[in-house]
Design a protein around this ligand. Structure first.
Ligand code: CDP
Length: 209
């Protein structure tokens, strides 16, 4: 079984995807980490994330970079969003994701274009959303708990900017696949969101038996 999970930043898709993978016994790929690695590598190379050639050159990052906690930083997320606009970068990262999706065991992948581009044939597709304000509050709480000095309004502005860039790009924009199940987690805590996601996937898989 292939499960595709897409949605905007801080929607809860990462937590949901990991829980789905554990529940259904499937391997999991967080595809955002690939774009984050490219964004980070551009910075390490002294390149410009908005320049297609610089971004493409950064696609040969070393796999060890994927384990580096710096990839989780907000700054790296912003670079990832910028490099992910370039079709050459998306093409360079495509095979790795497609191969992961199509391995014999099945898989769970989360990202922006899993249900539309990487695995349009997925057995279950979830599009996880929440209002920008709720997502900013989640990110704010998480960063405060890590001891960071952050401002809610700045986080909200960053989230809106990232949503706009991800949704308006020409190649593989963030949008639900026609056959995706929408899951709005605005009024759910993490546990409720995970339970709702498992129920949606089980109902979807049952209906195809
Ligand atoms: O964790 P968060 O939702 O903040 O971001 P992420 O999933 O790690 O993705 C970082 C950035 O990579 C996103 O803002 C997208 O621009 C890009 N991305 C993408 O274009 N396609 C994907 N399949 C995954 C991420």
């Amino acid at each position: 079984m292939i499960i595709a999970v897409d949605g905007p930043t801080a929607s809860g898709k990462g937590t949901i995807s990991k829980a789905l993978a554990a529940h259904f016994g499937l391997p999991f790929m967080d595809t955002g980490m690939l774009y984050r690695a490219v964004g980070r590598q551009v910075a390490l190379n002294g390149g410009d994330a908005d320049n297609a050639a610089d971004a493409l050159a950064a696609c040969d990052f070393s796999d060890s970079l994927l384990d580096n906690p710096v990839l989780r930083d907000e700054a790296t997320g912003g670079l990832a969003s910028r490099v992910s606009i370039h079709p050459q970068v998306r093409a360079a990262l495509n095979k790795r994701q497609v191969d992961f999706a199509n391995q014999p065991s099945g898989a769970v992948l989360d990202g922006r274009d899993i249900g539309t581009v990487i695995a349009p044939h997925a057995d279950a597709k979830l599009f996880v959303t929440a209002t920008a304000e709720v997502r900013a509050q989640r990110r704010f709480d998480e960063m405060i708990s890590r001891g960071l000095d952050v401002d809610y309004e700045n986080i909200l502005a960053d989230i809106r900017a990232r949503d706009k860039r991800d949704s308006e790009r020409a190649d593989a924009p963030l949008k639900p696949a026609d056959d995706a199940m929408l899951l709005d987690t605005s009024d759910m805590d993490a546990k409720e969101a995970v339970q709702a996601a498992i129920a949606l996937v089980e109902a979807c898989v049952d209906s195809t038996l």
